[in-house]
Design a protein. Structure first.
Lengths: 441, 441, 441
C-alpha cells in the first residue's frame, strides 16, 4: 500500500501532527515579537529565521525602482516610539507592542496637547482592550494606535510624542525558496511577511509555508518545481511580478496562504479562472477531510492573489484561509496574538496543503490498455473471488480508473466523477499500471 | 457623481415618482373609454392621443394585404349595440361598456327569443358582476358579453338585438415612434393597442411605453435608435414584421410591455434565445430593485413576442409584465378597470424599463490599460488612505472593473459576476476612464 | 387521433395491463425452477422457452475461445447435490432449491466432519431463513449455500457431501432476437439469463424483454432494427461484444433490463455518456408517468452496461431497474422469489420500456415551412375560434413545435423544453405536417 501514499503525505504521515503543530506554533512564537513592515530590518530578520529552516534567497530592490504602475518606497525602520504624559510616564509605548505605532510613521518629536494629538490616534471603541493595526505606506503620516481604555485614561494636557523612525532610501527585501523539480513548471506558494505582531495574519501563513517547503525539500522526487515567496503584501507581489515578468508563465498552480491558524473551518478562494486545476484540487481535498469548509468565488479584493490574478497575468492562484480576513473581530488588532492561533489548526492547515500538493504532483492521465470490456481482474488477484456479494471501495476505484482512462480524464477528473478520494484513485492507477493494464500518457 | 447616472435615469430621478404615477394613470383614464379593436377608429383615436405626447407616425395597411401566412382583415367600426327587452328597455347596452359587444361582431338587427339569443351570449358564472371580454376576429360572428347577473335577469320572451357595426374594406392602422440614435442598431418596444376598455391589458403598457419614449426623446445622446410600436396584437406584429422584413435585423434588443400596472410583482419572460443581453439586463435590474420578481422561461404563447421570436426571426425580444395574463381573475373582464391599475405601480414599471434602457445604453466593454497588477489607485485619490480597514463598495467596484476589463467582459458581465449594481460598475468605469486607466473598446 | 399513438403503445394500449401483468408473471413462473448458470443446460432450456415466444437464434461459443482479455470457461452442468448427515438424511438438498449449491461448483463426493465442511458453507446470519446465492466461476471451488437455521441445526459429526456436476469443455450459449427495421441502426436490449431461481434478478428482465420483443415484432413499421440479447452476465456480454466488434457501432441506443418486477419505484442509470438520447428518452418517460423514479449517474459497477460502456465501446446503453441491486435485503437470496415480483410492476415496467421505444422511434427533427411569424392556425381549424380565453395543451403543443422546428430541435428537445409529454408533441407534429406546415428533415 505504501506506493499509494503521496511523497508529501508520506512525510506528513511520518510526523506526529501533535508534534508538528507545537513546532509550527513555536516557530510563530519566535517570529511574533519582530516589528515587520513592507520594508526594513523587521522583514529581513524574519527572512533570516525562515532561512534557518529552508534554503532561502533574499532579494533587495532599491527604493525608487519602478514596478509597473508603482514605485518601490523608501525603507522604514523604527527604534522606539512613545507618548509621554506631563509626568514623563509612557502612556503609549512601542516597546510594549509594535502595533502602537501607525506602521510606516514618519519620525516626529514634539510636544502637543491631547486635542492636537487626537487626529493622530486610532482606537476601537467597541473593543476597549484591543490595539488596532493601521498603516500609512503611501501617504507620509505619523500616528499611534492604542486601546480605547488607554485613550480614555489620557487627560487633557500636554504630551511628549516621539517616533524614532527613519524613512529613507534603502531596499524592499523579499525571500524566495526555490525547489527545482523534474520540469520547470512551477507551483507558487506566496505569503505576505509584512505584518508586525499579528499571529493569524500572517505568521500562520509564514510558518505553514516554511514547513511545507521543508517537507517538499526532503522529497526524493518532485514533478513540479516549487517557489515559495515570503514578500511584503501588495508592493512585494507587484515587485516580484515586475522582476519576473518573463518567467511567471511557468506558474501552473499557485496558493496564497494566510490566516491558517485560527479555529475556524477552511475557506478556499478560487482563482480568477474559477476552475483551474488548483481550484479543483483544493475543492477535492477539502471535501474529503473532516473539518468544515467553504469554497469562495474569486473577487479582486483580498491578499496577493489580487496581483497574481490581475488580467495581464491571470495566473491560476487561489487563496487558502481558515477564517476570512475582516470576518473575525480579532482581525488587524492586538487580539490576533499567539493565543488566537492553535497548534492543531496549524498542523491541519499544513496537512491540507500537503494533500493539495499531492494531488497536483500525481494528477496524471492514463490510457486503459485493454479498453474493450473490463479486463479480467480476478486472474490478476485484483478482484474478489466469490461472486454474488458486494465489492469494496478499492475494487470500485480500479473499475472507475479503467472505465475513464480513455486519455481524456485525469485522475482528478476520475476522483471528482466517482466521489472517491484521490489517494484511492491514484493507488488504483498504480496497481493497474503495475499489472500492465494502464499506461501514463 | 452626476456622470455616473444614466441619461434615462437622470430624467427619471428628476421626476417625482408620485407625480409621474398620477400622470401615467391620468393618461390611462383618457384612453380608457375608447372602443379599440384590431382595426377601426378606436385605434386611430388612441394613436392620436399618444401622438399628442411623442412624435408618432401612423401607418395604414389596406384590407386584403398579404402578410406572411395572414391577410389584413376588413376594418371594423361600431356605433352602437344593445339588447332591448319587450318593454323597449336596453338590458345590455354598448354605451355603458364597450365590452358588451363581442369584439369584431358583424352587424345585426333582429328580433329573437332568449332561447335563440343564448348561443350569442357570453358571461362568467363564477364572477356574477363582471363582463367578459371576447373577440371573433377571423370568424364572422356576432355576440354580446354580459354579467351573469344580467343574464339571469333576462326573462324568456322576445328581444330586439342590434349591433350597428361595419365590417368593410379599410385599413389596419398602427403607430411608430422612431427616435434615431448614434447607430441604426435598434431597441424595439412593442405594445398591443387593440383592447377596448381594459386597463392593465393593455393601457398600462401603452402609457408606460409613451412615457418611456418621451423620456428618451429628451436625452441629448442615444447610443441606440429606439422604435416604439403601438399595434394591434398578433395581426399588427405580423403586419409590421412583413413590412419591415429586410430591416428587422437591426433590432438588437426588444421588450413587449403589457400588464404593467397592477399590484403584482414583476414577471419578465425571456426571449426565445434565453440569455440575450435584454434578458440579462432585465434580470440584473429586477434583482437590484425592491419589488418581488420572477424570471420566466420563453414559451410560444403570450403576447407579440410570439411573432418576434418566431423561428424565422428569433429576435431578442422579452416581455415585461407585473401579473401574468390569465393568472389573475380580472384578466379579460370588466374588472380590469382603472381601479385595477395604480399610479405607484405604473411609475415603478416605468422606472424598471428606464433602468433596463440604461443598462443597454451603457453596457460597453473596456480594456484595462494597466493590466499587470493593480494600478496604484491611492496616488490618483481613488483609494482610501489609511490601510488596515475595509474598503467601500465604490472602491470594490473599481477593483472589479479593472480586474475583468480584459476586453472579454462587458460592464454587465462585471455587474453580474460581482453582484454589484450596474450603475456603480458603470460609475467606476467612468472614473477609471477619466483617470486614464481604462479605454472603451 | 389514432395517428398520434405510437406503434408500440398502440399494442400496449390494446392490451389490458392486468392481463399482461399476469402473463408476465406466469412466464416468470415457468422459468423459475430452472438451474441456470453462465453455461450449461439451464440457460439453453431458458432460451428454448423464450424462443417459444419470439424469434430467437441461439449461439454456441466453445470453451477456450479468447474473448478480449477473457476466455470462455468450461461448461458447467449439475444433476444433483446434497449434504447427508450420519443418518443418511439430506440436510441440504439441491432438489429443494438450486441455490443450495455454490454456482459452478466442481464435482465432489466425500465424507468429512462438520469442521472441515464449514469453510465450504455460506449462510446469512442476519436472515436465518434465507439461502444466499453465491458463485465461483473463475476459481475452481465447491460449496453449499444454506440458511442460517439449517447451519445451526447441523451437529458435529461426519457428513456425506455430494455435488454431481460436470465442469468440462463445452459451449457458452446465448440467444439473440433480431427484428430488422427500416435502417440497420440498432436499439439493443440486453438481459442476463444466468441466474438460477432468482425472480427479480433477473427473470423480471427476461420476461419484460421477451414481451417487449413480442410487441415490437408485431409492429408494421420499425424505424430502428432491434436486437434483444439473452446472455450470461459479464462473460456473455464480453463474448457478444468480441464476436460483434465490427458491427456494434450500429447500436444507437441501448437498455440493460434488470430487477424490474419488485414493488420499488424506477431507477434509471444513465449511460457513460450521461446525456445520450436513450438517457434523455428514459428521463422524459419517467418524468411523465405516475410512479416515483430516480435518475442515477453512470458508475462502472453494475450489470452488463459495464461492458457496453467500457471506454473502447462507450455505447449509449443505460440500465432500467426498479429497486437497485444490493439495496434490498432479498437481493441474491432465496427471498428473491416469485412472491417478490408482482404482475402490476412487471406490466408497468413493460409499459415504460414501450414508451421509451416510442420516443426513440418517433424522435425526428422537423422544419417549420412558415417560419416567419405564426401561421394562421385558425383558418386550418387548428386553433380555437373565439378569442380572449385560454388555449388547451393540444394547441400549446402545436405552437411549441412550430416555434422550435428550426431544424435544430428534435421532438424530444421540444418535449423537454416545453414540459409537454412527447406523445402530445409528436401528435402536434403529425397534425402540422398533414396541414403542410412542417416537413421532416
Amino acid at each position: 500500500m505504501n506506493e499509494m501514499v503521496g511523497l508529501t503525505n508520506k512525510v506528513v504521515e511520518q510526523t506526529d501532527p501533535k508534534v508538528v503543530g507545537v513546532e509550527l506554533h513555536d516557530f510563530a512564537k519566535e517570529l511574533y515579537p519582530i516589528c515587520r513592515s513592507i520594508t526594513g530590518e523587521g522583514i529581513r530578520q524574519t527572512l533570516d529565521l525562515i532561512g534557518g529552516r529552508i534554503p532561502l534567497r533574499k532579494f533587495n530592490v532599491p527604493t525608487g525602482t519602478r514596478v509597473f504602475d508603482w514605485t518601490v518606497p523608501k525603507e522604514w525602520n523604527i527604534r522606539d516610539a512613545y507618548i509621554k504624559d506631563s509626568n514623563g510616564r509612557r502612556v503609549v509605548d512601542f516597546q510594549k507592542s509594535n502595533l502602537h505605532v501607525l506602521n510606516y510613521s514618519t519620525p516626529i518629536r514634539a510636544k502637543m496637547t491631547l486635542r492636537d494629538l487626537k487626529s493622530h490616534l486610532f482606537s476601537i471603541p467597541e473593543r476597549p482592550d484591543w490595539i488596532p493595526y493601521r498603516t500609512s505606506y503611501y501617504k507620509e503620516e505619523w500616528g499611534f494606535c492604542l486601546s480605547q481604555k488607554q485613550l480614555l485614561a489620557m487627560n487633557e494636557g500636554e504630551y511628549e510624542v516621539c517616533i524614532d523612525s527613519d524613512l529613507e532610501d534603502g531596499n524592499l527585501t523579499y525571500g524566495e525558496c526555490y525547489l527545482p523539480g523534474e520540469t520547470t513548471d512551477e507551483v507558487l506558494v506566496s505569503c505576505h511577511a509584512c505584518h508586525p505582531s499579528l499571529a493569524n495574519d500572517n505568521l500562520s501563513g509564514l510558518t505553514v509555508a516554511t514547513f511545507l517547503a521543508n517537507l517538499l525539500s526532503k522529497s526524493d522526487r518532485r514533478r513540479y518545481s516549487y517557489r515559495f515567496l515570503f514578500i511584503p503584501g501588495t508592493i512585494g507581489a507587484i515587485t516580484w511580478l515586475a522582476q519576473n515578468r518573463e518567467t511567471v508563465g511557468r506558474v501552473q498552480h499557485g496558493l496564497v496562504l494566510t490566516c491558517v491558524g485560527d479555529s475556524g473551518g477552511f475557506h478556499y478562494k478560487k482563482s480568477r479562472r474559477g476552475s483551474a486545476e488548483i481550484d479543483r484540487a483544493a475543492a477535492h481535498v477539502l471535501k474529503h477531510q473532516a473539518e468544515p469548509f467553504e469554497m469562495l468565488e474569486f473577487s479582486p479584493y483580498g491578499y496577493d492573489e489580487r496581483q497574481y490574478c490581475s488580467p495581464g497575468f491571470n495566473l491560476p492562484v487561489g487563496c487558502m484561509m481558515r477564517s476570512v480576513w475582516g470576518t473575525f473581530p480579532e482581525y488587524h488588532t492586538s487580539a490576533d496574538n499567539l493565543d488566537f492561533i492553535r497548534p492543531d489548526q496549524l498542523a491541519g492547515s499544513l496537512r491540507v496543503c500537503a494533500e493539495i500538493v499531492d494531488v497536483l504532483e500525481n494528477n496524471q492521465t492514463y490510457r486503459n490498455l485493454n479498453p474493450f470490456c473490463e479486463p479480467q481482474l480476478g486472474r490478476r488477484n485484483l478482484y474478489r473471488t466469490t461472486g454474488g456479494g458486494a465489492i469494496g471501495e478499492e475494487i470500485n476505484a480500479r473499475l472507475w480508473v479503467l472505465n475513464l482512462s480513455d486519455g481524456e480524464h485525469s485522475l482528478l477528473d476520475i476522483a471528482e466523477r466517482s466521489g472517491i478520494p484521490f489517494s484511492l484513485i491514484r493507488g488504483a492507477a498504480e496497481v493497474l499500471q503495475q499489472a500492465g493494464l494502464l499506461a501514463a500518457i
